[in-house]
Design a protein around this ligand. Structure first.
Ligand SMILES: C[S@@+](CC[C@H](N)C(=O)[O-])C[C@H]1O[C@@H](n2cnc3c(N)ncnc32)[C@H](O)[C@@H]1O
Length: 503
């Protein structure tokens, strides 16, 4: 018995993730950093997520960006039901979800989109479905719009191809619910690994991954490894598919990948510098880093900015701090390696941002050292701090946070039931801010004036230790204080009395 619809698992709902790189303002900043003109997000924009899973990421993005209009589809009825219910409870009147499959969605009554995002779809559906996705993008992407594409890459996954096949063949040899067949398939692969030698000895990464898989929930494993199609791609092949509908690879959506290039060994950087063709260069990068997943931005007819235009736009981009200066590290750790941080300058920037968001132009007015800094050094530092998650692009003062507040009330309340929704919507950045479950329970308790004994009982029931319980409120007030400040409008009434200095 095959557990698929159009080759995709529908028996088990997926996990509810969120992806910072997909958020509109992060996408715009990533393009700008790469020297490509981003779509104009002011005063409003249209955004579509294809195959949104349980819709948490899409709903959060809609809540944090009330001037955008958000759309998306997912053909799993449990997924679309959950997304619609969340949108209703949070009063997200800027979000429209559809249960249509990719074939039908193109013909629904939809606007043209500034942003079309697909995360975790491309490598998990067959060539026929990918053709439908391309067709949707061709019809629905606005001129000047961008496509975000997150997918599994070769050669990064090459060692794992056999592992997935071994598990899938075992699953298909059995009958019954996936909740039983998937753990059995993983256990079977483990018994092959224990037999020694052979594939797992020759592919040690596959053996390591198999160990990790044993601890992962069925909801994750089902969607990651047990669809009919599981096809990591060479980035050059994906670029060729998108070139077929007139789109060009413009940038990595991860600032950390753009900036982290500096962390590569000098020989690797020399090889990259010698390659002028952008697609071959990215392909080379995949071999040099063996990265398993890419988050790329594609655009139709990219408009390169001159160095002066890029600098002028970055100069007037507001940033909001997410880290207090005393918690700054001495290096920025990125997937591609570590780069040193100019800690004194970074500290000055974070101190100056204590009172609220500011642009490089405003920072340069405020202090002698920052004012004397060459403009590009200051904007490079702001981008590096953003890549390290110490700053976020800000949406501007006075953003309407009502939808974020309603959404966050839902997320906090849900934390009493389960740990599925792990982030809050931040209207000040248009993005997500992560808090773990104990922190969310603490925020819920403080926000609602709940009984501290009830909070402690909840937290202990959900895995906190007594030490954890004692340390967490202090940690929230100190280490996480800038994040709470960023959320102030989005989390009223709890944070109304908080101000930046009160740690
Ligand atoms: C791996 S999940 C990714 C979900 C979400 N984008 C994320 O990153 O969390 C892939 C999603 O695509 C949906 N999907 C797969 N094939 C589809 C189709 N033909 N039409 C609509 N949705 C589909 C699945 O139901 C699933 O929710």
């Amino acid at each position: 018995m095959q557990p698929w619809t159009d080759g995709y698992v529908t028996e088990v709902p997926y996990t509810a993730g969120h992806h910072a790189a997909m958020m509109p303002r992060n996408l715009a900043l990533a393009l700008l950093s790469a020297g490509i003109r981003p779509p104009d997000l002011e005063p409003g924009f249209t955004y579509c997520e294809l195959g949104f899973g349980r819709g948490f990421s899409l709903a959060l993005t809609a809540a944090a960006n009330p001037t955008g209009r958000f759309y998306g589809n997912d053909f799993n009825p449990d997924h679309v039901g959950e997304a619609a219910a969340l949108a209703l409870r949070a009063g997200l009147d800027n979000l429209t979800v559809s249960g249509c499959d990719f074939a039908g969605y193109r013909d629904e009554d939809l606007p043209a989109f500034d942003i079309i995002a697909l995360h975790g779809i491309w490598s998990w559906v067959d060539a026929g479905q990918r053709a439908l996705l391309l067709d949707f993008i061709r019809h629905r992407l606005k001129p000047g719009g961008l496509v975000y594409l997150g997918y599994n890459v070769l050669p990064g996954w090459s060692q794992h191809l056999g592992l997935r096949r071994l598990m899938l063949d075992r699953l298909l040899a059995e009958d019954g619910p996936l909740s039983r067949r998937i753990p059995a398939a993983v256990a079977f692969a483990q018994s092959v690994a224990r037999a020694g030698g052979g594939y797992f000895a020759a592919n040690p990464q596959a053996a390591q991954r198999l160990e990790l898989l044993a601890g992962r929930p069925v909801a994750y494993l089902a969607h990651e490894y047990f669809n009919q199609t599981w096809e990591p791609h060479y980035s050059a092949d994906v670029a060729a598919d998108l070139a077929g509908i007139g789109l060009t690879l413009a940038a990595s959506a991860l600032l950390a990948d753009q900036i982290g290039l500096e962390a590569l060994p000098s020989d690797a950087r020399a090889l990259l510098a010698a390659e002028s063709d952008p697609v071959r260069r990215e392909s080379l990068l995949d071999f040099l880093t063996n990265q398993p997943f890419r988050r790329d931005i594609y655009v139709r007819a990219p408009h390169p900015l001159s160095a002066e235009e890029r600098q002028a736009r970055l100069w007037h981009q507001p940033f909001l701090r997410l880290t207090a200066p005393e918690f700054l590290p001495s290096t920025l750790a990125f997937p591609r390696g570590e780069i040193p941080l100019e800690r004194d300058l970074a500290t000055l920037v974070l101190e100056t941002l204590e009172s609220g968001p500011a642009t490089a132009a405003e920072l340069a007015q405020g202090s002698g050292v920052l004012a004397d800094l060459p403009a590009d050094r200051l904007t490079d530092l702001l981008l590096a701090l953003t890549a390290g998650d110490h700053l976020a692009p800000a949406t501007g003062i006075g953003t309407d946070a009502r939808a974020a507040r309603r959404f966050n009330a839902e997320v906090l309340a849900r934390s009493q039931r389960d740990d599925d929704y792990g982030a809050l919507a931040c209207a000040a950045t248009g993005g997500a801010i992560e808090f773990d479950r104990i922190e969310r329970l603490l925020l819920l308790a403080e926000r609602s004036g709940a009984d501290p004994v009830r909070f402690a009982a909840d937290a202990l029931a959900h895995g906190a230790s007594l030490d954890d319980l004692a340390a967490r409120p202090r940690g929230l007030k100190r280490r996480r204080q800038p994040r709470l400040f960023a959320l102030a409008d989005s989390l009223q009434p709890w944070s109304a009395a908080e101000s930046p200095g009160q740690c």
